[in-house]
Write a protein that binds this ligand. Structure first.
Ligand code: BG6
Length: 503
């Protein structure tokens, strides 16, 4: 694909940090290999460490070798790519840094480069950088300048509003790219193609046919070296406020009339605003929190969350969260959406299941009711990107015995080429100035608004049972009660293997 992108300077604040080495630079390097970077580009790494261009390049090289989806970098390609990486050592509150950055570019070049300010720093530096950028009023409204903000976008509704205000004082919305990397994932984008590129789903995609929806994003890993951040965040802020809420929007939204950025985002905001707010008294009925203790995963001992590095010894932070939400609109009235996410779960799996209602009457009454399963549509994002429709089939043999069978397709199998990493997709969209896959101010605030009552209640009350699940379990027993109270259960994730080669 020839993008013909305008020249760009990517100013990477926090260039010496984890995110730059793990995500941003490997993505840019892969875009370079695919010929998807502008012909003229420069990456200006900014950080406080005392580095040279060479030291920064070496550090980022290691990141690419470890984290690039293509594996270790090929020497010549890396050298050619890295030639365009430069380093600026500076304090973030030093106004001379910003003067130097804005003077950058090639004044003699035919086309002035776009300047993309990428904030890959810890969130406590966002304000300083935005304020400093705000000293140049020419930035506001000029789409040659764009700002990219990583999550966490605020710590709660109030701080998210304050951050939005600060940003919107310096930039207009069209210049702001708030990242939720889930939106860049292929299968997540495929939800829109699946729903609105096929006519057969729409008639059944509603309360008349769907019994409930489940969204699970489970991770097998713990918090690694991120204790400092994670202990002040927790699963609700880290995953539900952003990633799971966006998945819910894609499943629940009305059909957009086009894929124009604001049209799609308007439809998502409609969903968020229709989610019934949980009153404080009802939080225990609608929300469950968990924290892992010590135990074993894959035969290896795992220490309790409270013993992890940089975690408070009696931490009240949840590493598992589950919610039951209702959407008060015509399509979804009365249909529960169960969301759950956690660290140290039995499997790494991200999956959305639409459980359909049972048949109104079935003539197979003599069959074992256990065998009979209502239809289920599963969109799996991890570990296999694909879609499964569970139906009933007659087992071969005399008589009528039914058995659930899966109709499935798996991305790798069908398309037989690797998907780009979410960050690659998002970076290209930033460079071509398309904010459709990014979070608008009102989306972020509406999502905080939904979880705010739960945050409030959990913040006010310590969970005396922590730790309440062992590594390798699907969260605490209370999570089972959340669905069991409604005579439902959490669904067992579907397995693509070993049914199809390549899946
Ligand atoms: C991040 C969270 O946003 O998403 C992490 O901060 C989490 O805690 C990660 O591990 C999961 O992303 P992915 O793409 O690996 O599912």
């Amino acid at each position: 694909m020839n993008m013909n992108l305008d020249p760009a300077i990517i100013v990477l604040f926090g260039a010496s940090g984890d995110l730059s080495a793990r995500k941003v630079i490997p993505a840019l390097y892969n875009l370079y290999l695919d010929g998807l970077l502008p012909e003229r580009y420069e990456i200006v790494g900014v950080a406080r460490s005392n580095f040279s261009d060479e030291v920064l390049r070496e550090r980022l090289h290691e990141g690419v070798n470890r984290f690039s989806r293509r594996g270790p970098a090929e020497a010549a390609a890396w050298v050619a790519f890295a030639r365009q990486i430069h380093y600026l050592q500076a304090e973030y509150d030093d106004s001379r840094l910003y003067e130097r950055l804005l003077q950058r570019g090639d004044p003699s070049g035919e086309k002035q480069p776009n300047i993309i300010f990428y904030l890959a720093t810890p969130p406590n530096l966002f304000s300083t950088i935005i304020e400093q950028l705000g000293k140049s009023p020419a930035l506001r409204g000029d789409e040659r300048y764009r700002i990219v903000i990583e999550k966490p976008f605020g710590h709660d509704l109030e701080s998210a509003k304050a951050l939005n205000q600060k940003l919107l004082h310096v930039f207009v919305e069209q210049q702001i790219y708030r990242i939720d990397h889930y939106l860049g994932k292929e299968t997540v984008q495929n939800i829109l193609a699946f729903r609105f590129g096929n006519a057969i789903w729409e008639p059944i995609w509603n309360r008349n046919y769907i019994d409930h929806v489940q969204i699970t994003v489970a991770e097998k890993i713990g918090i690694g070296q991120r204790g400092r951040y994670y202990d002040s965040a927790g699963a609700l802020r880290d995953m539900i406020q952003n990633h799971l809420m966006q998945l819910l929007c894609l499943i629940a939204m009305e059909a957009p009339s086009s894929f124009a950025a604001d049209e799609v985002r308007n439809k998502k905001v409609d969903v968020l605003q229709a989610i019934r707010l949980i009153s404080k008294e009802k939080v225990p009925e609608h929300a469950v929190r968990g924290q892992y203790g010590q135990g074993w995963v894959d035969g290896k001992p795992v220490q309790a969350y409270r013993r992890e590095k940089d975690v408070y010894a009696v931490s009240n932070t949840e590493t598992f969260a589950a919610l039951k939400l209702f959407i008060d609109n015509w399509r979804w009235q009365g249909i529960p959406f169960y969301l759950r996410t956690g660290k140290m779960m039995p499997e790494r799996i991200s999956e959305i299941s639409l459980q359909f209602r049972p048949v109104p009457h079935h003539p197979f009454a003599h069959l074992n009711a256990q065998v009979f399963q209502p239809n289920r549509l599963v969109i799996q994002i991890e570990p296999n990107e694909g879609v499964v429709l569970r139906t009933q089939a007659k087992e071969p043999g005399l008589g009528m015995q039914l058995k659930p069978v899966d109709m499935m397709y798996c991305y790798k199998d069908v398309f037989r080429r690797p998907s780009p990493d979410a960050y690659e997709t998002l970076l290209v969209d930033i460079m071509r100035n398309d904010p459709g896959l990014f979070m608008r101010a009102d989306q972020v605030e509406a999502a905080w608004n939904v979880i705010q009552p739960v945050l409030d209640v959990w913040g006010e009350t310590a969970e005396l049972n922590f730790p309440n699940y062992q590594p390798g379990q699907w969260g605490p027993a209370e999570a089972e009660s959340l669905t069991a109270r409604d005579r439902r259960t959490w669904l067992v994730p579907v397995s693509f293997e070993p049914k199809r080669e390549g899946c």
